[in-house]
Ligand binder design. Structure first.
Ligand code: NAD
Ligand code: MG
Length: 392
């Protein structure tokens, strides 16, 4: 029986993962080692009972009594806190879903690689902050990282049977997010509610706002560079409002392979769950005649400075990805809480990158996770200062 763990089980990707595990037979088909979540302990407990998990972990200590009560008599062990999540990752499982949001997902995914096995990686922040370390750790332990981000799953699938040396370019598609048709002068005043109205995908709140600011695509460009090892100038971004083509690979003979499908995360999650096989999945089938047309346009770097900053990060590499992501997380917190404008998020990130370039060796490769976490920590402090400066 295959053993599985899901980190971030109660989130958007976690729910889709749970749905697939249950459809494929649940506890009769899978031995569930660990499920983790945050404050939604009722849902975490429900999932843990359904899959008969060995342990359920909440990220927050104050949620432990509620989780313990919800799982009383179930035989599921309970734990809480960051260290408990890391311990859960130390329990071997054949297939591990990394779907915690933000830099908090880095350590559990990294630790899970120690067991060999397969790491289904939704947490793009892991590759952005510590790509080189993660790839090396996977190789050292003969573990396989399977991309779950829809674009990277598409690219991964387009590359099956292909020689990486024949790849000329990778074309990442972007829906453009909720504000893609807004004129530049309106963007500064965009509210959280407006940024949350994603046209195609249903996702967690943070990644939905990152889609509107294109910080999500910026992270994905860096993720592409780190995961596939292509050079930055081989990576292109194109706005494709319908979100039907999930990404494309161009080869040296001029051929372009595109991956199409309905925008449903259960496709890339299911592909990673069944890899290297393809199994039937409960996703809507495309009706191309009904769609009629697929459209494309170049992204506007004035309106989306995040894409320009991603280029800077790829040129610097080293610890700059960790700094970029941490500064973005802090800026996003302040946009959500109120007080920081939509376009000011990029200002904060740019200020932090500039400041840290003069403060630490930003381009020096991380020797260990500790280096990454230190850069993340410092960037958060500088970002909070930058926010204060901007708010005045
Ligand atoms: P989400 O906000 O819906 O869920 C996040 C999960 O992480 C929840 O289970 C939450 O409890 C948990 N969590 C939050 N903070 C935590 C912390 N500090 N420590 C431990 N656990 C914590 O997020 P999501 O939309 O499912 O995204 C998860 C990851 O997958 C992100 O890295 C995102 O970029 C990536 N991703 C998501 C989608 C999508 O469709 N939602 C698509 C591609 C990639
Ligand atoms: Mg994506």
């Amino acid at each position: 029986m295959r053993s599985v763990s899901v980190f971030g089980a109660t989130g958007s990707v976690g729910e889709s993962t749970f749905d697939l595990l249950m459809r494929e037979g649940g506890a009769a088909q899978y031995r569930t080692v660990a499920l983790t979540g945050g404050r939604n302990v009722a849902r975490l407990a429900e999932m843990a009972r359904a899959l008969r998990a060995e342990v359920a972990v909440t990220a927050f200590d104050d949620c432990l009594p509620a989780l313990r009560a919800a799982l009383a008599g179930s035989g599921v062990a309970v734990a809480a806190g960051e260290a408990a999540i890391t311990e859960a990752a130390d329990r071997p499982a054949d297939w591990v879903m990394s779907a915690i949001v933000g830099a908090a997902g880095l350590v559990p995914g990294f630790r899970a690689l120690r067991h060999g096995g397969k790491l289904a990686l939704a947490n793009k922040e892991s590759l952005v902050t510590a790509g080189e370390l993660l790839i090396a750790e996977a190789a050292r332990n003969e573990a396989t990282i399977l991309p779950v981000d829809s674009e990277h799953s598409a690219i991964f699938q387009a590359l099956v049977g292909e020689d990486l040396a024949a790849v000329e370019r990778i074309i990442l598609t972007a829906s453009g997010g909720a504000l893609r048709d807004w004129p530049q002068e309106r963007l500064a005043g965009a509210t959280v509610t407006e940024a949350l109205a994603h046209p195609n995908w249903s996702m967690g709140a943070r990644i939905t706002i990152d889609s509107a600011s294109m910080f999500n695509k910026a992270l994905e460009v860096i993720e592409t560079r780190e995961f596939f090892g292509v050079s930055p100038d081989q990576i292109e971004v194109i706005i494709h409002p319908e979100s039907i083509i999930h990404s494309m690979v161009g080869f040296r003979d001029g051929a372009v392979m595109a991956h199409l499908g309905a925008p449903d995360m259960r496709h890339p999650i299911g592909y990673a769950l069944n890899w290297p096989k393809r199994q039937a999945l409960p996703v809507a089938r495309l009706d191309l005649a009904a769609l009629g047309a697929l459209t494309f346009r170049a992204p506007d770097l004035q309106r989306f400075p995040a894409l320009r900053l991603a280029r800077e990060v790829m040129a610097t590499r080293g610890l700059s990805g960790a700094a970029f992501n941490a500064a973005k997380e802090v800026a996003l917190d302040h946009f959500i809480a109120g007080g920081l404008g939509f376009m000011q998020m990029a200002e904060v990130v740019e200020a932090v990158l500039t400041q840290l370039a003069g403060e630490i060796a930003l381009s020096k490769p991380a020797a260990s996770l500790e280096d990454v976490l230190a850069a993340d920590h410092l960037a958060r402090i500088r970002a909070a200062e930058a926010v204060k400066g901007i708010k005045g």
